[in-house]
Design a protein around this ligand. Structure first.
Ligand code: NI
Length: 139
């Protein structure tokens, strides 16, 4: 019997290792979709997803009861309204909304954002809305 380390790599394992060495290009990923408020997963780290999303206009008030939510602005400007104030964010800035805090993102002009949050996080949190997006779409 051939020792395990001398056996050819399992093709699935090989693919996984190979894929890991391909850069994930944010600009290329952003060019793959145009709809607003519809996060797309580009990577997973442990139980967390990295998602790209484009904002334009007003989102809905909602909260996430089980998790904080990270917004990293890649291009453009956006704000996050809270019941007692707001934070303005522009490209190169980030903000973490604590769990259970109601928030409403908005962007006057199109803004491109990376979200970092646990796999399975729904964009509208506790609020059912026309803007509720599928939570497991990879690009
Ligand atoms: Ni949210």
């Amino acid at each position: 019997m051939v020792p395990e380390h001398n056996q050819p790599l399992n093709p699935r394992r090989f693919k996984k290792e190979h894929m890991k060495r391909s850069a994930i290009n944010l600009k290329e990923k952003l060019a793959k979709f145009s709809e607003h408020w519809s996060p797309k997963i580009i990577a997973q780290m442990n139980d967390y997803h990295f998602k790209l999303v484009k904002f334009q206009g007003d989102f809905v008030w909602h909260r996430h009861d089980d998790t904080d939510e990270t917004f990293i602005v890649l291009e453009g400007e956006m704000s996050i309204n809270f019941r007692d104030g707001k934070v303005d964010l522009k490209a190169g800035e980030m903000f973490i909304v604590p769990k259970r805090v109601e928030h409403k993102p908005l962007a006057k002009d199109e803004c491109k954002i990376m979200l970092v949050e646990p796999a399975g996080t729904v964009n509208t949190g506790n609020a059912q809305s026309d803007l509720t997006a599928e939570d497991d779409v990879w690009i």
